[in-house]
Design a protein around this ligand. Structure first.
Ligand code: EPZ
Length: 432
């Protein structure tokens, strides 16, 4: 088993390049299966979820070639309509292939998707919308058999909640459905807008970009395109909260400041200095960090749920209290157990974590419960005195290219270790 070993307590100083967005490249890779011509993607992050999506595309019959941060996806004449269970369960994003399969083959045989255990995470909004487009759905506990015997027809659909994934599923279904669709109550997350822009670059006809109401005119034969993935705002938030927690400064290259306004507000309120010019964001924290008070996550443009554990970690040593409530997922703060092992003063009640800042944290061995909780534990360990080891980093690799390396670029002492089990450390790598 691999782990991250980090010697905390240093202030951070460095410049980092923000990669392409995980939550944009994954739906776009699925949408490439809708296209009849080659799709070339730029600024593709090296993530295990991207590798998994590439495997699914290949199992469906597409050719996928990867080079550095590029991906080339050659469509298949005929697509398979079944996705193996192990690939479906490996991540939440496998669900994005449901709509392209229905469009291209008229059926989809899949199991429920995997993904971080943040709560129930049903897919009813996806399925209700597809049913309105003429899809027949047979569902057992974990298996789904979907057919579109007469193809997909445009529909007027109101999402009961602005689900990111359901918006993306219904967009992919609507762009190739017969006639017009109106999708109301959509997610406005930047990654959804990136998918809209990708589909338009492939010839889709979509109005309402960046709003909660998308009007789609079905286009039977989508072309291919060359597309550059938008920057990952959550990786940018990770770096910024790391600087807030550890102190020091960083320059982020390639981030998109308009996607981060809610994050900026929380950081500035805590005492950080933030300046933006062109595609660079500079953040500094040179004095006391103050607790964030009451903070509630919500759908974009509010404070993002994925940044909530990162914010909690940043404020563990702040002066004052931070009460963070996640309105999106039921189980967002499983990382609190790791914070407590590092002697943080925090507790979780329902969807809320309450953090009372303490003067210091102590290094410990902790386990990542999920992707952003794992990143939050690394962020806490970077503040702690002494050594910490974070295991379960396969969760972290799903969403970060090289999180230890990112901290090293910021001046931290971090590296990967190979462990036989949680008690012994073998081949401990020298700090990078
Ligand atoms: C996407 O997940 C992201 N993942 C998540 O990022 C992100 O946290 C989430 O959106 C919210 O912004 C990807 O894009 C791959 P939702 P998704 O559907 O689509 C409920 C990360 O760390 N819901 O907007 O699964 C659901 O249970 C990951 O990068 C239904 O009830 O999120 C949740 O409570 C974690 N029925 C809420 O809506 C449905 O049919 C938001 O879910 C769908 C969702």
């Amino acid at each position: 088993m691999r782990g991250i070993k980090i010697l905390g307590g240093k202030t951070l100083h460095g410049k980092v390049q923000i990669p392409g967005a995980k939550n944009s490249v994954l739906p776009i890779m699925a949408a490439a299966a809708l296209c009849g011509e080659r799709v070339t993607l730029e600024r593709v992050p090296h993530l295990s979820d991207v590798e998994c999506s590439a495997k699914i595309l290949q199992r469906l019959g597409c050719r996928v070639m990867a080079a550095e941060h590029f991906l080339v996806i050659e469509p298949a004449g005929e697509l398979q309509s079944e996705i193996p269970e192990d690939l479906m369960r490996a991540m939440r994003s496998s669900i994005f292939f449901m709509a392209p399969l229905l469009v291209r083959t008229g059926r989809a045989d899949i199991t429920m998707p995997g993904g971080c255990k943040l709560g129930a995470r049903p897919i009813d909004i996806h399925l209700d919308g597809l049913a309105k487009m003429g899809v027949m759905i047979a569902q057992s506990a974990q298996h789904l058999h979907l057919t579109a015997p007469a193809g997909l027809k445009g529909a007027d659909i109101t999402l009961r909640f602005p689900s990111v994934g359901a918006t993306e599923t219904l967009l992919m279904a609507a762009v190739s459905a017969r006639g017009q669709s109106v999708l109301r109550g959509c997610s406005m997350e930047p990654e959804v807008t990136d998918l809209v822009r990708f589909l338009k670059a492939c010839g889709a006809c979509i109005e309402g970009e960046g709003t909660r109401c998308l009007t789609v005119f079905g286009t039977p034969n989508l072309k291919g395109c060359h597309y550059r993935i938008c920057p990952d705002r959550i990786t940018a938030a990770t770096v910024m909260f790391a600087v807030a927690g550890c102190g020091g400064e960083a320059v982020l290259q390639g981030a998109c400041e308009e996607d981060l306004q809610a994050v900026f507000r929380v950081l500035r309120r805590g005492g950080c200095d933030i300046a933006c010019k062109e595609d660079e964001i500079a953040i500094g924290r040179y004095h006391t960090l103050y607790g964030a008070g009451n903070l509630v996550t919500d759908v974009h443009p509010a404070f993002p749920t994925d940044a909530a554990p990162l914010a909690a970690a940043a404020f563990l040593r702040a002066q004052g209290t931070t009460m963070l409530t996640d309105s999106i997922f039921e189980n967002r703060f499983a990382c609190a157990a790791g914070f407590e092992k590092m002697r943080a003063a925090c507790g979780v009640q329902g969807r809320t974590i309450c953090v009372q800042g303490v003067p210091r944290l102590a290094g410990s061995s902790v386990h990542a419960p999920d992707l952003r909780g794992g990143a939050a534990l690394v962020l806490a360990a970077a503040q702690a005195e002494g050594e910490s080891i974070i295991t379960g980093i396969e969760h972290i690799a799903r969403g970060y290219e090289d999180l230890a390396g990112l901290f090293v670029q910021l001046g931290a002492q971090a590296g990967y270790i190979q462990m036989q089990d949680s008690s012994s450390l073998l081949n401990v790598a020298a700090y990078a």
